[in-house]
Design a protein around this ligand. Structure first.
Ligand code: AMP
Length: 288
């Protein structure tokens, strides 16, 4: 069932197979509509819906994928407890103007015997990649597959996952995938906490401490831009003093290569830190 044949406007229509997805996209193309893709893992929040809104502004037809991709989770990560709410997601997508949800089963995306993977090289092994081995290969693989399957004109991603965005840009370029990659700024709570499906894991006490991550990143960005090379170390100390159990990394990097920053080029502060058993990531731009 696709949205175009559905009379239920409260929940977006679903394609469960690649064939159904491609059938819907082909009908849109036949009507000369361009197509935008918004890849997600579901448990949708206002950050995801901002991507859908941007997609809708860029193309008359929007497909959002909901797929909790097993190949991007490590063996000790939260794959089995990752939050899921397909009915709620479908209603939110309909309200946001999405035309179709692509919700494949794992066996549809990784049929038995599927072994090929996209390797994003060194961009996938630094920062997040150092703490989540194989994560970006899983991301690059699933995004490459989604881009092949839906063949959209444009695909929309959030700056919330900044390294992921760079990995995807690199993969699209290196593999000559004909799609435009569009980035949307991070949507935050009023206290600065970046919206994330994983925020649901936070206890009340952890939730109260969580905005310190964004505050600290902003402080580091300001101080580093002002010439204070010790700002990242002070940022780590501030997070630990504020109740974060561990800081995997907090670093200032070149905003395009993630290599050490160079004067005159755009830079970004990126961090991953643990509040109890929940790992939060965030990033902010340095003032030019
Ligand atoms: P996820 O469902 O976590 O895999 O995220 C799907 C897409 O939504 C990715 O492109 C994310 O970067 C983006 N996203 C997640 N959280 C936010 C947010 N708070 N603001 C903007 N984009 C987001």
């Amino acid at each position: 069932m696709t949205a175009s044949s559905s009379v239920d406007t409260r929940a977006v229509g679903v394609a469960g197979s690649v064939a159904e997805l491609q059938h819907a996209v082909a009908a849109w193309r036949a009507a000369r509509a361009t197509v935008a893709l918004v890849p997600t893992m579901g448990a949708l929040h206002a950050g995801h819906l901002a991507l859908v809104a941007r997609a809708k502004a860029l193309a008359p037809r929007v497909v959002a994928s909901i797929f909790v991709n097993p190949t991007q989770f490590g063996p000790n990560e939260d794959l089995s407890r990752y939050p899921r709410d397909i009915d709620g997601d479908r209603r939110k997508l309909a309200t946001a103007g999405c035309d179709l949800a692509f919700i494949p089963a794992v066996a549809e995306m990784y049929p038995e015997g599927a072994v090929a993977r996209v390797d994003p090289g060194s961009l996938g092994t630094i920062l997040e990649g150092e703490f989540r081995p194989g994560h970006f290969s899983g991301v690059a693989t699933i995004v490459a597959k989604l881009l092949r399957q839906a063949a959209p004109d444009v695909a929309v991603f959030g700056e919330k996952d900044f390294q992921q965005l760079l990995v995807i840009r690199r993969v699209v370029r290196d593999l000559d995938i004909p799609v435009r990659i569009e980035a949307v700024p991070t949507v935050r709570e009023s206290d600065g906490l970046a919206l994330s499906s994983r925020n649901a894991y936070l206890s009340a006490d952890e939730r109260a401490r969580a905005p310190l991550l964004h505050r600290t990143l902003r402080d580091v960005a300001r101080d580093f831009a002002g010439g204070d090379a010790a700002a990242p170390d002070r940022g780590i100390a501030a997070l630990l003093a504020g109740g974060f159990a561990k800081v995997d990394y907090l670093a200032v990097r070149d905003a395009e290569t993630l290599e050490p920053p160079r004067p005159g080029r755009p830079a970004r502060v990126l961090a991953a830190a643990w509040l109890g058993r929940t790992r939060l990531i965030d990033n902010v731009a340095l003032a030019p």
